[in-house]
Design a protein around this ligand. Structure first.
Ligand code: MV4
Length: 466
């Protein structure tokens, strides 16, 4: 792929925010500070939402279901046209990794605040993404060189890499469309089911095979590139604390990684992305086990957990995204980026803290914690009704400390201060996690939280209030 076109200077005076909730507010705040006006869009369910209240202008784009509003590309482009926006920021989820939408935005003379459509499309195909990374010298999980042409090929590759193996969908990602085979007996079934499910879910039956790593950590690297070929990384996040592919707690840096390991991986990745001509923000996901990194996927959007990186490095990633989308140069190099202390984020969702059943409804009292090293990204307010139509994230509590121990102490006391009454939230679960000796020691893999939740449920020790 040719490098991204050197962007013509594309001054951005007004940004349409194609999202809702805390991330819409997050983007609005960055724009405000840059002297850029904002346009909020909202469904009829979100007329009283905080992102709508704070934006300079707002446009109603449809009824509550996301497919008719936040995913309604024609309504979004029209809203940008009638308000005279210069650019669209997609946030995360919704249309953020939709290459067709990015193309449509650019075809209407607007800047898409994100990577080029070609790079979004490439990384959306997990086989193409791995192929690019292999070519560029980024370490991968051992597996099939590309899409599996037949069961016989799968059997051959599995024999070479050794069982257990995973069959993954090329169009999947984020844990969707994976099947494990623990031995050759299970492989034919796994291959057939993965194919059928991939076809049904994504309209694409291409699948590939990887050696299954049984106790990895999920470590991801934040990168940023301008349109002039300059690329930097902002270190790693450890996102191993997840349940059913939903992250609950993220840390920067990883408690398991030494600075030299991060620097070595960062240097390889930066070189690869410069070669690829990538631009804007991106995240490379790795599995880390026995001191080895293995690339699995790349996300071409701003991620939910970006604030831990911001706290660690003292940068505003959203402002950087807007600047590079306007064609500005990064203006700094890798040596200017310092990793200071430690940051931890808790995702607080409107869910039952034991069963994870959704808990939409009216928030009677909202009180955010504060003090040194504490940040809360949330669109909540007392009296706000959390609608049932969208994802359940209601607040991100992010703390920073000079050391991981200080960050944990700050997290513990700010979780104690925080109040969200009227709905159930995962606050009680977070309060239990920070007390756990293994969490406090940083001793966990991607399987740890699932077991912690099961243990708590069995012991019936989850407090009811909170
Ligand atoms: C894996 C794996 C073990 N071995 N690939 C799940 C989400 C998707 N992004 C990739 N996933 C995995 N891929 C190999 N070769 C285990 C997982 C996995 C996982 C990865 C990251 C975070 C949480 C996870 C939970 C279950 C499985």
């Amino acid at each position: 792929m040719p490098p991204s076109k050197p962007a013509r200077p594309h001054p951005i005076g007004k940004v349409l925010i194609a999202n809702r909730g805390e991330i819409a507010l997050r983007i609005h705040r960055a724009c405000q500070e840059m002297g850029i006006r904002t346009v909020a869009v909202h469904s009829t369910a979100d007329a009283a939402a905080m992102h709508v209240r704070l934006a300079d202008e707002s446009v109603c784009i449809g009824p509550p279901p996301a497919r008719d509003s936040y995913l309604n590309t024609a309504a979004l482009i029209s809203a940008a046209a009638i308000t005279g926006a210069d650019a669209i920021h997609p946030g995360y989820g919704f249309l953020s990794e939709n290459a067709g939408f990015a193309e449509m935005v650019e075809a209407h003379g607007l800047a898409f605040i994100g990577p080029s459509p070609a790079h979004i499309r490439m990384m959306g195909d997990k086989i193409a993404a791995k192929d690019a990374m292999r070519r560029l010298g980024v370490p991968l999980v051992p597996g099939s060189p590309g899409a599996l042409a037949s069961f016989e090929e799968a059997r051959g590759v599995a024999g070479d890499v050794g069982y257990p193996v995973l069959i993954k969908a090329a169009a999947g990602g984020g844990g969707r469309g994976m099947k494990v085979a623990r031995s050759e007996d299970e492989l034919e079934e796994a291959f057939r089911v993965a194919r059928t499910e991939a076809k049904a879910a994504f309209g694409d039956d291409a699948v590939y095979l990887e050696k299954y790593l049984d106790r990895p950590r999920h470590i991801e690297l934040q990168v940023l590139a301008d349109a002039h070929g300059d690329v930097v990384h902002f270190g790693e996040r450890d996102c191993s604390l997840q349940r059913r592919h939903q992250k609950l707690v993220e840390e920067a840096g990883s408690p398991a990684l030494k600075a030299a390991e991060r620097d070595a991986l960062g240097a390889r990745v930066v070189r690869a992305l410069r070669e690829l001509g990538y631009r804007n923000a991106g995240t490379l996901e790795f599995l880390w086990q026995d001191g080895q990194f293995a690339f699995i996927e790349m996300n071409t959007r701003l991620q939910v957990e970006h604030p831990v990186t911001e706290m660690l490095c003292g940068i505003d990633l959203v402002k950087e995204q807007v600047r590079v989308a306007a064609g500005e140069r990064l203006g700094y190099g890798q040596e200017d980026i310092r990793f200071s202390g430690h940051a931890i984020e808790c995702r607080i969702t409107a869910e039952d803290p034991e069963t994870f059943a959704p808990s939409p409804g009216r928030v009677s009292t909202y009180h955010a914690p504060g003090g040194l090293g504490v940040r809360v990204d949330s669109a909540l307010y007392s009296g706000y009704a959390v609608p049932p139509h969208y994802d359940s994230l209601v607040a991100k509590l992010v703390v920073h400390g000079a050391t991981r121990a200080e960050a944990i102490a700050r997290l513990r006391r700010s979780l104690a201060e925080m109040v969200v009454d009227g709905i159930s939230t995962t606050l009680p679960l977070h309060r239990a996690i920070v007390e756990d000796p293994e969490f406090r020691a940083g001793d966990y893999t991607i399987h740890w939280l699932e077991r912690f939740v099961a243990r708590r449920l069995a012991a019936g020790q989850a407090p009811k209030a909170g």
